[in-house]
Design a protein around this ligand. Structure first.
Ligand SMILES: *Cc1c(COP(=O)(O)O)cnc(C)c1O
Length: 413
């Protein structure tokens, strides 16, 4: 192939790391709590948490201790043997959720893959093999594997990757639930949704709409899959976002925050669904390895400790209040504040990358998203002073951006 390269093509130099990311030109060398430091020792207040992953900040002393101790015992054994850390983490997650059983993965996309396989298998085992299609929502994000990009169906994710895996029906996101029912056919296996859309721009499904989805699933004998890879594990003030509504799913995917920076994910399910998976039906070499399990159990210790979620709720209240004030003062920059818990979004009147770059200049890390939104996903351990500091930086950022905006035109529409 190398020799068949088109010589007429302009000479390009590809870097040794595949250029699949539009990276900011900083490298974090170390971090402590809510602060990150780059190669020049410049300090950043972290309101991105590595995209909702480092929920307990950098180098949480208990996590460092846990992982160091585990590293001196055993890293990997394989799932051909029992892994006691899995049994313990599964038991504890089950006690605190709808789930009876679960499968551990290394990432979010793998958790979603497991969910989709289970949904198909469930119907196949229940004498409805014709039920294999999954309804998903426009603008959703479920990962980057071939199946999960097909699930999303977004042009920017699937372009150039050939025939897509068949079996997904896309409906508009949450506004009009009648479109969901209209999309259900005798072939539908499941509805899959993010209770709070992350990459799509921090959009929350109301409790009422969660209820409607649950009822539709019950009425049509289909499964409800929740992708809580980003909104789960305390991000919304509860262990999982669905716990704000009075419904429970059949399957739930988690990852990101569950490992607080160590690769870990899980696919949780009810007994009824889980029963369809037997020995040999699914697997992963690394999924649920002893290192990941030690971290996952410790993360859960910290999240489930008395008062942890109350703290998140309190911080969320203060941050939101400050952001509302900011929006009132800078309506030309910020159009809307949305989200729940410490999963907040600023819908902007400018392009998110410009805002993110300006924030980096001011020593603040935030994350862009679709729909002109910038995400604020600080570690859940922030304190009041970190909120004040963020608001101070955001005020300066907005003021500077405002100055660079063209003079407002008089509205004549
Ligand atoms: C990040 C994310 C994924 C994919 O997780 P990976 O660990 O990158 O595979 C899936 N679903 C949602 C909602 C996410 O935010």
């Amino acid at each position: 192939m190398k020799n068949s390269r088109n010589d007429n093509r302009e000479e390009t130099i590809i870097p040794p790391v595949l250029p699949t990311y539009a990276r900011a030109d900083i490298a974090i060398e170390y971090g402590k709590g809510v602060y990150a430091y780059d190669q020049n020792d410049k300090e950043y207040l972290d309101y991105g948490s590595g995209i909702g992953v480092n929920n307990l900040g950098f180098c949480h002393p208990e996590l460092v201790k846990t992982i160091t101790e585990q590293a001196g015992k055993v890293w990997h054994t394989s799932n051909i043997y029992r892994i006691p850390g899995q049994e313990r983490l599964a038991q504890r997650l089950a006690e605190n959720t709808f789930a009876d059983t679960m499968f551990f993965t290394n990432s979010g996309a793998e958790a979603v893959e497991c969910a989709m396989k289970m949904a198909r298998r469930y119907h196949a085992e229940n004498e409805s093999p014709e039920r294999y299609r999954i309804i998903t929502f426009e603008g959703c994000f479920h990962g980057r594997t071939l199946a999960t990009i097909a699930a999303s169906g977004q042009e920017k994710l699937i372009k150039g990757f050939g025939p897509m895996m068949e079996g997904f029906d896309h409906v508009p996101f949450y506004r009009d639930m009648s479109k969901v029912e209209a999309a259900i056919t005798y072939e539908t296996a499941a509805i899959m949704i993010e209770p709070v859309m992350g990459e799509g721009g921090i959009k929350q499904v109301s409790s009422d709409n969660m209820r409607i989805l649950r009822d539709l699933c019950d009425k049509h004998d289909i499964l409800l899959i929740l992708d809580e890879v980003q909104c789960g594990m305390g991000r919304t003030e509860k262990l999982f976002a669905y716990q704000h509504s009075h419904i429970s799913p059949d399957i739930l995917c988690t990852a990101k925050g569950i490992g607080a920076g160590f690769p870990l994910g899980a696919c949780l399910a009810t007994e009824e669904v889980g029963r369809c998976m037997n020995a040999g039906s699914h697997g992963s070499t690394y999924g649920g390895n002893p290192m990941a399990m030690a971290v996952g159990n410790k993360v859960l210790d910290i999240l489930l400790a008395d008062g942890f979620f109350d703290h998140v709720e309190k911080m969320s209240y203060d941050l939101r209040k400050g952001l509302m004030t900011l929006r009132h003062r800078h309506p030309r920059v910020i159009e809307l504040v949305r989200g729940i818990g410490l999963m907040l979004g600023l819908k902007l009147n400018i392009e998110p990358p410009a805002f993110v770059a300006k924030a980096i200049e001011h020593g603040l890390l935030v994350v862009g998203a679709a729909d002109n939104t910038v995400r604020l996903l600080p570690p859940l351990i922030i304190e009041k002073n970190h909120i004040d500091e963020a608001l101070e930086k955001l005020t300066k950022i907005c003021a500077e951006i405002e100055k660079e905006l063209p003079e407002p035109q008089s509205d004549e529409e």
